[in-house]
Every structure is written in structure tokens, then in C-alpha cells.
Write a protein that binds this ligand. Structure first.
Ligand code: CP
Length: 316
């Protein structure tokens, strides 16, 4: 029996309550058990159609949404944006309306513009899941990060969590700040002033530009990728200098608690944001576990939204 979920879409963490977050994570925990079994298939989404539309590159999010839908029995189609009529100038909304006419039940969408997925959700009849929009939100990433933390630390409250690096361009940072605050944690962001958005403290976090000061006493350290594809100017002097000041290595990490865990949403720039050996140190790095939790969280989200699909379709 799946817990009722009072939302038609999943567009961001901002609109979720702590109870919604806990319900998704509790359900995702059961999906972890299923995913570790030899036979992983269920039929709770049998007869439903899921379309994945990724207008930006992805390995983890797209693959895990595809696996999640298939493990739950949905018919899953990955739209190939590169070979679609988007290349002939068709707009996002026209593309979405075209697919909507084929009666999907769930659309999973990643787009480079902040707010594009919300706009699309207003135009279609089905449930929409935001798989990352511009700099705004990446809700399933924050949920899989939360599941990883909860399983490792045994709780998801009263933890000191540092989010480090390119905060300016990061939808992962924004979704995590919302989620961790809702669950009553203490959030710090650490980065060079050029990569810290003005007013970020208004989201409810302390701001540091020194790694050792920011990591002092932390339970969790989340490193972020330098999003060079979104940078047009000189945000950092050089990769070497960036690693020296903001890259996570043993020395800087020693300021955190002894049982600190190290996270990274991927893809990583090894030797730029994080020391390569530290990224692979299974005593502290939970990066591979984050990937595993990604499938479980996406299964939970798909199943919880799918409960609301028949009513939505009848009234559409
Ligand atoms: N973390 C994340 O969103 O990775 P992908 O871009 O590979 O999906």
C-alpha cells in the first residue's frame, strides 16, 4: 500500500512538506530492498506510459528513470532530443503538446531553462517530473541525497551539512538547501565569491568562502561540479588554483567530524572539485551509494505520482 501523495506533479522540493519528503524516502527504502533482489520487476505501473524528455545531457538521471519505470512495469520511451524535430525549430511547448496527444501518463523532463518544466506542466494532461531545470531545482537528486544521508547517519535532522563549490549554477544546491532546511538541519554553503549567488543566505544557510572554516564540525560534505557549460566568463583563475582553495582533499576534510560522509551528485571533475583517491575511498565517499539510491527514489516518486493518474486523466 503506497502512502497517498497530495501532488499531481513533482516540480521542486520547495512545494513539498516534511511529511511528503518522509513518505517518499520511506517508500524508496522498500525499493532499495527490491533492487537488491535478483528479480526486480513489479507491475504497479503496468499499462502506464512514461516518456523521458532530456533536453540536456544526462547519464545518472535518465538511466535511473528508465530503469525505475521498467522495474515497475511501465512502458518507457526515451525521446531522442538530438534526432527530434526540436532540431527543426519546434518549441518545447509544441514538442510537449505533440507527445501529450499520444496520451502518456508521466513525462520526465530535463531542460536548460529555469522554470521550463513548470511551464510545460501547465500545458499537458499527465503527471510531470522535473529531472532538472536550469539553475532552479533538481528534486529527485535532493531526495536521493536525503535517502543516502538518512541511511548512513540514521537520521535526517540536526546534521551539519556543507554544500561546496559552484553554488551559483547549481540546481542540486538549491533543491538540497530547501530539503535540508525543511528537515531541520544546519546548512552551510562554501565557495569562491564569484560562484556564490547574491542573497543565497536568504534560502536559510550560512555562507563561507574558506573551506576549513566552513567544514568545521560537519557531518556531511556535498561537493558540486564546476558547471563550465554555464560559465561564459572568468569565474575561477585556473583549475589548479580552484583545487588548491576549494577542492576537497584529506587536509581540508580533517576539519569535519571523524565520521563525516563525502557526497557528489556527479559527474565529477576529479582533481578539480575533489581529490580522486578521496572520491574512491569507500570509508568516507558515498558517491556510488547515491547512484544506487537514485533508482530507488525515482521508483518511489513514479509510484506515488501514478496513484493520482486515473483521477487526473478522467477530469482532463
Ligand atoms: N546528478 C545528475 O543529475 O547526473 P546526470 O547529469 O548524469 O543525470
Amino acid at each position: 500500500m503506497t502512502t497517498p501523495f497530495p501532488h499531481r506533479h513533482l516540480l521542486g522540493i520547495e512545494e513539498l512538506s516534511p511529511q511528503d519528503i518522509t513518505a517518499i524516502l520511506d517508500h524508496a527504502d522498500t525499493c532499495v530492498t527490491l533492487n537488491r533482489a535478483t528479480r526486480k520487476k513489479r507491475d504497479v505501473l503496468k499499462g502506464l506510459t512514461q516518456i523521458n524528455m532530456f533536453f540536456e545531457s544526462s547519464t545518472r538521471t535518465q538511466a535511473s528513470f528508465e530503469l525505475a519505470g521498467k522495474r515497475l512495469g511501465a512502458d518507457v520511451m526515451n525521446m531522442s532530443v538530438k534526432s527530434s524535430s526540436v532540431n527543426k525549430g519546434e518549441t518545447l511547448i509544441d514538442t510537449a503538446m505533440t507527445l501529450n496527444a499520444m496520451h502518456p501518463d508521466i513525462l520526465v523532463v530535463r531542460h536548460g531553462e529555469s522554470g521550463a518544466v513548470n511551464l510545460l506542466a501547465q500545458k499537458v494532461n499527465c503527471a510531470v517530473i522535473n529531472a532538472g531545470d536550469g539553475r532552479r531545482e533538481h528534486p529527485t537528486q535532493a531526495l536521493l541525497d536525503a535517502l543516502t544521508i538518512r541511511r548512513r547517519k540514521g537520521r535526517l535532522h540536526r546534521l551539519n551539512v556543507a554544500i561546496c563549490g559552484d553554488i551559483l549554477h547549481s540546481r542540486v544546491a538549491r533543491s538540497n538547501i530547501h530539503l535540508l532546511n525543511k528537515m531541520e538541519n544546519r546548512v552551510r554553503v562554501i565557495g569562491p565569491p564569484t560562484l556564490l549567488p547574491a542573497g543565497i543566505e536568504r534560502l536559510g544557510c550560512e555562507v563561507f568562502d574558506d573551506m576549513r572554516a566552513g567544514l568545521e564540525g560537519c557531518d556531511v560534505v556535498m561537493m558540486l561540479r564546476l558547471q563550465q557549460e554555464r560559465m561564459s566568463g572568468g569565474f575561477i583563475p585556473s583549475h589548479r588554483e580552484y583545487f588548491h582553495r576549494y577542492g576537497l582533499d584529506e587536509d581540508k576534510l580533517s576539519a569535519a567530524k571523524d565520521d563525516v560522509i563525502v557526497m557528489h551528485p556527479g559527474p565529477m571533475n576529479r582533481g578539480v572539485e575533489i581529490d580522486s583517491d578521496l572520491a574512491d575511498d569507500l570509508n568516507r565517499s558515498v558517491i556510488q551509494e547515491q547512484v544506487e539510491m537514485g533508482v530507488a527514489v525515482r521508483m518511489a516518486v513514479l509510484e506515488m505520482l501514478a496513484q493520482n493518474v486515473p483521477e487526473a486523466m478522467e477530469s482532463a
